[in-house]
Design a protein. Sequence first.
Length: 158
Amino acid sequence: MIRAASSDDHKKIVRILQALQEKGDSYFFENMSDSELLEYWIKPDFKAFVFEENGEILGSYILGPIAKGRFSHIANASYVVDEKARGKGIGKALGLHSIEIAKRSSFQAMQFMRVVATNEAAVNSWKNLGFEIIGIVPQAFRHKEFGLVDSYIFYKKL
């Protein structure tokens, strides 16, 4: 079930974010405290959602404008899936849900600014959901295992 996140979910979301920070292969998080991670995820102008199954939070996403003012018609989002729940379609479900919420919120497009090129699951998911790579930022991400790797900018008109 995908639903709006509540304050009761915050610790569970932070646990997923901590694991991603430690892994160092997909998010910019580095040496961030629990409160800093939560501040990044739960912020003004963004809506937070969770994927819950049997009372357990297995994933989350946030959705809001990519910027204020004249850019505010384009949505931006971030997604996380618990490591133990990967490969079960949760990322795809979150992606589809976010596209629908973005449309209902009157966004005209979605754009992701920093998708790490070596994150094949994310790259393939976004392509399969109709997003296209509109830019490559060379050596933009310090991957914990591979060193400097490219990141992609993805875009989808809604």
